[in-house]
Design a protein. Structure first.
Length: 367
């Protein structure tokens, strides 16, 4: 009995010595984790304004790098100069059309407002065939006729709606200009990425290997580049082609406001919304404003151009990458719904990585 008591007494110092060490380790771990969390939160707050421009810069750099590599030997191997020239061209391609569309919209708005104030605003009488339009013909003809006979009364009755529409339009123009400035900054960042493409590529590869190991992490960097380019070809490329096709019809026929309609169609196409939302009302206008032959040719052309994405997208989406087209398309659309336009690319990349991990898991032998 005395031996057991002695043994118990000998063990107590070990327990009392262990407890302070455990508490000290726990407190130190808590402080280290807390410091790490604070540093991460502060770092996030610092870089938060730059996250979206940097992501767009990376996407633009991936898309434009083949052009830089093509231009580089023609400039004596000066990659920095090639990247700068490509960035400047991209900025001009962004700023000039934006300025033209904005000037057209504000100029038209100012002209209408001036005419309304001076009492010189007139609406031409509606063609008789407007009344024959299915479903909406009678209402459109009646409203058009009333505007033709007494435009001042129509403007007075619709004054609140007109003010709200003008306010929304100006707000949208302001938001668009801010977006353009952000894209100009993104293009400048892309120029830096392209000028130092080798270093950036090595850093990205090391990061993916660190996260996913040599396999499959070693495949993620080139797969990310290929996926981004696939989305560009399948979404942005198709949107541009579709917009150009529709715009050809608008300009050839002489539809008023063709630059503005083209810009709206481009936005809808990038957002994966059907261009026919805009095209169909324009077709209805063409039947009321032009002769039957012109309207019929314009209708056929516009319908084919408006539906061209259904043919082009399966052809271009997924080319150059070992990922099924539906995976990239679902990732692009889902990412856009979740995170906006930037999600077009991020969603496709994330889903492509998950697809690769899933395939790798399927190929492993069951234990």
């Amino acid at each position: 009995m005395s031996n057991e008591t002695t043994a118990g007494n000998e063990q107590e110092p070990a327990n009392t010595a262990f407890e302070p060490q455990f508490v000290r380790n726990m407190v130190e771990s808590f402080l280290r984790i807390g410091l790490l969390v604070v540093l991460l939160m502060m770092s996030y707050d610092i870089i938060k304004p730059f996250i979206v421009p940097i992501l767009w810069g990376a996407i633009i750099a991936v898309a434009a790098m083949p052009l830089v590599r093509w231009l580089e030997p023609k400039l004596g191997g000066k990659r920095g100069l090639a990247a700068t020239l490509v960035s400047l061209v991209f900025i001009l391609l962004l700023v000039v059309p934006t300025w033209m569309v904005t000037e057209s919209a504000l100029g038209g708005l100012k002209k209408v407002a001036t005419a309304a104030q001076e009492g010189t605003l007139t609406i031409p009488p509606p063609p008789a065939k407007v009344a024959n339009l299915p479903m909406i013909g009678d209402e459109v003809y009646a409203g058009w006729s009333r505007a033709n006979k007494d435009i001042e009364a129509v403007l007075t009755d619709a004054a609140p709606q007109i003010q709200n529409a003008v306010r929304s339009l100006l707000k949208g123009i302001g938001g668009s200009l801010v977006g353009v400035l952000m894209f100009v900054a993104s293009i400048a960042i892309a120029g830096g990425f392209m000028a130092f493409a080798d270093s950036c590529g090595q850093l990205a590869s090391r990061f993916f290997v660190r996260v996913g190991g040599l396999s499959p992490g070693g495949e993620w960097a080139p797969m990310t580049v290929a996926t981004v380019r696939s989305v560009l070809k399948g979404v942005i490329g198709v949107a541009v082609i579709q917009t150009v096709l529709v715009a050809i019809g608008l300009f050839v026929v002489g539809i008023p406001g063709a630059p503005l309609w083209s810009a709206i169609i481009l936005f809808l196409a990038i957002a994966q919304l059907p261009a026919l939302i805009v095209v169909l009302p324009i077709i209805a206008y063409a039947w009321s404003a032009y002769d039957t032959t012109t309207a019929a040719i314009f209708t056929v052309w516009s319908l084919l151009a408006g539906a061209s994405d259904n043919i082009l997208k399966p052809i271009l989406m997924g080319r150059g990458v070992d990922i099924p087209m539906p995976v990239i398309l679902i990732g692009a659309i889902g990412g856009m719904i979740a995170s906006g336009i930037i999600g077009l690319f991020a969603g496709a990349v994330v889903l492509a990585i998950w697809y690769k991990l899933f395939v790798l898991w399927l190929e492993q032998e069951p234990s």
